[in-house]
Write a protein that binds this ligand. Structure first.
Ligand SMILES: Nc1ncnc2c1ncn2[C@@H]1O[C@H](COP(=O)(O)OP(=O)(O)OP(=O)(O)O)[C@@H](O)[C@H]1O
Ligand SMILES: [Mg+2]
Length: 311
């Protein structure tokens, strides 16, 4: 097994024409830990991972593995295992696909049977990949990544498409790979999907870094549910006081203490019909970080804002 290595994104930006897919991204991914790379659809996760793996060039900045760009690594198959979009030649079997990757990378053929077994793909390993389900393709992508027994694993949405048993299995696998000292970086657009698996998280939205650090550092702030017969007036008062608001399952949610929310409402002369603290701030903090907040209030006299449904 190759040793885990540190992944470093240093002020990396990627533009596609006018689209700023990723801007000024700086973070570090450590060996021996599982790191979740989180953000909503279009946040820039796949683009960042593609830059890391040398599939596209950054516009500025760098992304390195063990201090070097992927393209310059010697023996990359044994150092870095990657699973991006799970697309394979449809006419080939999983075994044939893995065998060709093994031959190209100078990996003993015997390893093919091992990784098929490891991901639970042995029963269908000789069927054409074109007939595989999403979960079966995901397992094959993971098998391909593990072929060289690499110290670094870079996986784009590896849990997507797996059944509950598969999700439990991959959680255990990723944790054990990190426990062996490997670097495990996986992306997801759902915090809840990776919450039980990751040690660290990197949160991006709109191509920009929103948080990097231990999972335990998220979800520590107070969250309040508040409502008023005149919800637009309440929202305007809270936003005017600088609080971040959002609507979640019909509730108006504020990232602040109930006492502070009550004080602002009183100062604005808004009567309340509900004011309570909500527990379990992890998901709340994640949503606040990725910026699914209400838009700023419209000028007085125009149509009222706070929607009854999330945007
Ligand atoms: N080849 C490309 N040409 C033009 N724009 C691109 C290209 N690749 C990505 N983008 C844009 O870059 C942004 C980030 O896309 P990216 O695929 O990295 O997001 P993501 O976080 O992986 O999203 P998802 O959760 O949906 O997979 C999007 O606005 C996307 O349209
Ligand atoms: Mg993606």
């Amino acid at each position: 097994m190759a040793a885990g290595e540190t992944i470093v994104f240093d002020d990396m930006s990627k533009r596609f024409g006018a689209v700023h897919a990723v801007s000024d991204l700086t973070f570090t991914v450590e060996p021996g830990r599982v790191t979740g790379f989180l953000g909503p659809n279009g946040a820039g996760k796949s683009t960042s991972l593609r830059v890391l793996l040398g599939l596209v060039n950054p516009s500025t900045g760098t992304a390195t593995i063990g201090g070097a760009r992927y393209a310059t690594l010697r023996d990359p198959v044994r150092r870095v295992g990657a699973a991006l979009e799970a697309t394979f030649h449809p006419g080939r079997s999983a075994r044939a696909h893995l065998s060709s990757v093994a031959v190209a990378g100078g990996i003993p053929r015997a390893r093919v049977g091992e990784v098929l077994e490891l991901v639970g793909a042995t029963p269908y390993a000789d069927r054409r990949v074109g007939g595989y389900s999403l979960g079966m393709r995901q397992r094959l992508a993971l098998a391909t990544a593990l072929l060289g027994d690499p110290g670094v694993l870079v996986l784009d949405e590896p849990i997507n498409g797996l059944d509950p048993e598969g999700i439990r299995w991959i959680r255990g696998l990723l944790r054990s790979l990190a426990a062996e000292g490997r670097t495990v970086l996986l992306s997801s657009h759902l915090l809840s999907e990776v919450q039980q698996t990751v040690d660290d998280v990197v949160v991006i939205a709109g191509g920009r870094l929103r948080y990097t650090g231990p999972l335990a550092g998220l979800g520590t702030g107070p969250v309040t549910i508040v409502d008023a017969p005149d919800r637009p007036a309440l929202a305007a008062a809270l936003q005017g006081a600088g609080f971040a608001l959002r609507v979640d399952a019909g509730d108006l949610v504020v990232d602040a203490d109930p006492a502070d929310v009550g004080r602002v409402a009183q100062a604005a002369g808004v009567a309340l019909r509900e004011l309570r603290q909500r527990s379990g701030g992890l998901e709340d903090e994640f949503l606040a970080l990725v910026g699914q907040e209400l838009p700023p209030p419209p000028p007085p006299g125009s149509t009222p804002i706070p929607g009854e449904a999330p945007r």
